[in-house]
Design a protein around this ligand. Structure first.
Ligand code: URA
Length: 205
């Protein structure tokens, strides 16, 4: 994305010499930028408030409830930024672990709150590689009766094959990412990418 702040932060994330604490700090700041971008697509309604000067002022408030769905485990890194802005959001979790040999994601955990058809669902996953985890999560959410138009998918880096997969399967889901990379390597990691986001954020390498 052609935005200097995003470039500065993603450069920190991509650099293999960035230590864990700095990686985490850059990711947390970038998550706040992504909240800002996602918010442009949220539905709001016009309201009038009264200021302490007893004047009317026009404003907005969210029209729909927000439900956040981080994909475990990397999606957890984006969650605090979204909760900061949307403290009333319910949170659901989808746990997908990809088989390192086949790169196919297997569902090992699912716990979703009640979601109403009109709620806005924000799916959080920093790395869209093959699009497999994202598509599996979108399938789970849409099978609950949530329209694609109500869903925003938020990530840090998306590889072209992953974006194409999601756009093909879920053409009406809005996808917001900080940057796009062209390809995947043989192990289905995004290149140039930033390595394993979860390992670098949580220090599990
Ligand atoms: N998940 C990651 O953390 N990194 C990749 O490059 C692909 C999937």
């Amino acid at each position: 994305m052609d935005d200097k702040l995003i470039q500065l932060l993603t450069t920190k994330l991509r650099d293999k010499n960035t230590p864990m604490a700095e990686f985490r700090a850059a990711a947390d700041k970038l998550a706040l930028v992504l909240v800002h971008q996602a918010a442009q697509f949220l539905h709001v309604k016009q309201i009038t408030v009264t200021t302490p000067l007893e004047q009317s002022a026009q404003g907005t408030e969210l029209r729909e409830n927000i439900v956040l769905v981080p994909i475990l485990r990397s999606g957890l890194a984006l969650l605090p930024a979204f909760l900061q802005y949307f403290p009333h959001a319910r949170v659901g979790f989808v746990g997908l672990k990809r088989d390192e040999k086949t790169a196919i994601a297997h569902l090992y955990y699912k716990k979703l709150p009640p979601i109403k058809a009109e709620d806005q669902v924000l799916v959080l996953d920093p790395m869209i590689a093959t699009g497999g985890s994202g598509a599996s999560t979108l399938k789970i959410v849409t099978e609950l009766g949530i329209r694609q138009e109500q869903i925003i998918f938020i990530g840090v880096i998306a590889a072209t094959p992953g974006i194409e997969e999601i756009n093909h399967e879920f053409p009406h889901v809005k996808v917001i990412v900080a940057c796009r990379d062209q390809k995947l390597n043989a192990a289905k990691y995004i290149v140039p990418g930033l390595g394993d986001f979860g390992d670098r954020y949580f220090g599990s390498e």
